[in-house]
Ligand binder design. Structure first.
Ligand code: NAD
Length: 423
């Protein structure tokens, strides 16, 4: 029997959760009914089957998506995910989170997201290159630095961004670096893009720790996922004097109660791609990592890892969402009722978007900033977004997530009302 390639019934949880949060936000702030309609009807939903000639000469089809959620604040911006769990519903949800994140950070972007249903570990590098290029070619008339700007996400990296940029440029007949962010610096990428989401999260952690009188030096942190976000969180946290006591990949994690040696972790992960057999720590499962007795827990892999089923085992005092949608709404309610601080994705991991914005600005101007300038702007943006979120949450006497949603949605509402409805 032929497989249903479109995954219409695939994971729609993230989109449904966005709608649930939108409804909850309407209880604490006023949005124009037309804005609510805009936000619950994504602007553009594209499905592209991506044919790829495999190394053995056979042709395989991979299903790809690109969703633009909203463009009230500017051209849309969003990551490209290569993962077996990619679905239309999940992509809708990620695109909506990007609309909110841009607005919380005061950036001139709408929200988008895309992805391809593929396990990058099960195909060769040449196959991933052909897949990345064909996916881009299918979208060429819909993306661009003034329309829709792509970036890295789960399963994609600077190498993939370089292929996307090159394919788009070849089709346009000119080099267009601004169509993607997260490129290698030699192709117009920004200094510090790779670790910006993780570094930004650790700035948020430090600010939140100060406000709650929690420790920083010597405090224990566990990080799920050791990719672009998780690895940078672990590195920045360790550089700031926190004890990173556990890290993991999809294959499991490692734990040491006195803190893991970051250099040894990086070297081992660089060589093996996972932590199985890492000699200087105890192996743990991802479920065990989430329930460690820590000050700070940073889920930085997949969405919905903290659920109503496992939330009672969480012992962290603060959860900072490195991954988008890491905490299911019921799990967040349970954590908040126990006094656990939850810093939502659209605030906690926005550093990646800030440096993407700086990269895009540099590409448009063909004028590049020094790393110190990028770092200073990143810290400043993170601090401002966090302060604005805290002020909004306190003003409305609500959670940080609801405060961030209210802040973002009021900004989108204002822009949408000023633009009006075309024609
Ligand atoms: P990545 O592909 O670089 O790394 C993902 C990591 O998670 C890997 O270490 C992988 O082994 C691990 N992982 C995968 N499945 C897992 C599982 N089932 N259990 C435990 N670990 C698992 O991805 P990334 O870019 O770091 O993205 C991670 C999350 O952060 C995603 O939610 C993404 O949307 C979000 N995010 C990414 C960026 C960015 O710039 N890359 C920015 C903001 C938010």
């Amino acid at each position: 029997m032929l497989k249903n390639a479109y995954h219409p019934q695939g994971e729609a949880l993230l989109w449904e959760q966005f709608l649930e949060h939108l409804e909850r936000t309407l209880r604490v702030t006023n949005l124009h009914p037309a804005t609510v309609e805009y936000l619950s009807h994504p602007k553009r939903v594209v499905g592209v089957p991506v044919p790829v000639t495999m190394d053995d000469g056979t042709v395989r089809f991979f299903m790809g998506y690109r969703v633009i959620h909203d463009i009230s604040l500017g051209p849309s911006k969003g990551g490209v995910r290569f993962h077996p769990s990619v679905s239309l519903g999940g992509t809708l949800g990620l695109a909506a989170l990007m609309t909110l994140k841009s607005a919380v950070y005061g950036l001139p972007y709408g929200g988008a997201a895309g992805g391809v249903v593929v396990d990058p570990k099960s195909v060769s590098r040449r196959e991933i290159e052909r897949l990345s290029r064909r996916y881009t070619a299918e979208l060429v008339s819909l993306i661009g630095p003034d329309e829709d700007i792509l970036g890295p996400d789960l399963g994609t990296d600077a190498r993939v961004m370089a292929w996307i940029m090159d394919t788009f440029s070849m089709n346009k007949g000119q080099t267009v670096p601004g169509v993607v962010t997260g490129k290698p610096p030699s192709l117009g990428g920004s200094a510090s893009r790779v670790d910006s989401a993780g570094r930004g999260l650790v700035y948020v952690l430090q600010e939140m720790a100060r406000k709650h009188g929690m420790p920083i030096k010597g405090a224990r942190v566990a990080v799920q996922g050791f990719g672009q976000v998780g690895k940078a969180v672990a590195q920045a946290a360790s550089a700031e004097g926190l004890k990173v006591i556990a890290v993991s990949t999809s294959r499991g994690g490692v734990y040491h109660r006195e803190g893991l040696d970051m250099k040894a972790l990086e070297a081992y992960h660089g060589r093996e791609g996972h932590f199985l057999g890492f000699p200087w720590a105890t192996e743990i499962t991802n479920a065990e990592l989430l329930s460690l007795d820590v000050d700070y827990l940073v889920p930085a892999a997949l969405e919905n890892v903290l659920t109503k089923e496992n939330v009672s085992s969480v012992r962290a005092k603060m959860v900072l969402e490195g991954a988008n949608g890491a905490t299911a709404p019921e799990a967040e309610d349970a954590l908040l009722s126990r006094g656990v601080v939850v810093v939502p994705d659209i605030v906690a991991n926005g550093g990646g978007l800030v440096v993407s914005y700086l990269e895009w600005v540099q590409d448009l101007a063909m004028f590049f900033f020094e790393e110190s300038e990028v770092q200073a702007r990143l810290k400043d943006s993170v601090t401002r977004a966090l302060e604005a979120t805290l002020a909004k949450s306190q003003g409305l006497n609500t959670s940080l997530r609801m405060g961030a949603y209210a802040l973002a949605l009021e900004r989108v509402n204002l822009a949408a009302r000023l633009r009006g409805v075309y024609p």
